[in-house]
Design a protein. Structure first.
Length: 214
């Protein structure tokens, strides 16, 4: 991330990788399985959103969509995490549907027991977005608030990422995020969320930080 001018340069340091990929269409079999999942009994939560009781959807359903996600997880591991080929296997652990009713929203949260988190958007409306919250803000204490006439990548505490149907987003699980209110929509917003973990030897072999995960 860099901004250049005739007499100065602004560089972004320690950036966070937000990965996006678009799938042209859903496989008919996946579409039918999704319809069945949505119709089945859901677990109720407050604030107008629900998640499916099945938290391991990819283990038995949506094979083509899972393959698409796994393809891009491999690219994310290489290009964002910088792991080229160390004999590690990154795999999807849990996966679940989130159904947000009109007027509902999701509180800010992050994902534990995960190395990568992902969301695939199934049904969203124009201008829908997910919000990500600056993880460094809590460390800037005492916080000095300078009046801002413009907001950009250098001074914003919240990043709103627009989302579209059949779009996949991958991001670090510790990055706080939340869906915005579904007030303007008259239909449900539907997405599939999942977490990724790893098998293999991580850390440095022969040292006290080596950890073998089988």
């Amino acid at each position: 991330m860099q901004h250049k001018s005739n007499d100065h340069i602004i560089e972004g340091i320690f950036p966070i990788g937000l990965y996006r990929a678009h799938k042209s269409s859903l496989d008919p079999t996946d579409e039918a399985e999704l319809e069945d999942l949505i119709k089945k009994r859901k677990k109720d939560y407050s604030r107008g959103f629900k998640i499916t009781e099945d938290k391991y959807i990819f283990e038995t359903k949506l094979a083509n969509l899972k393959e698409f996600c796994e393809k891009h997880i491999k690219i994310y591991v290489k290009e964002v995490l910088g792991n080229l080929d160390q004999g590690l296997t990154f795999y999807i652990t849990q996966s679940w549907l989130v159904i947000t009713k009109p007027g509902g929203d999701v509180n800010v949260h992050w994902h534990s027991n995960s190395i990568i988190s992902g969301v695939f958007y199934i049904s969203v409306k124009e201008d829908d977005h997910i919000c990500f919250y600056d993880p460094l803000k809590k460390h800037r204490k005492p916080y000095i608030l300078i009046n801002r006439d413009e907001y950009g990548v250098w001074n914003s505490d919240i990043f709103r990422a627009n989302v579209n149907n059949n779009e996949l987003i991958l991001f670090p699980p510790w990055l706080e995020h939340g869906f915005t209110s579904n007030e303007k929509n008259t239909t449900d917003r539907i997405s599939l969320s999942f977490n990724v973990f790893v098998k293999g030897s991580i850390g440095i072999q022969g040292t006290t930080n080596e950890l073998v995960l089988r």
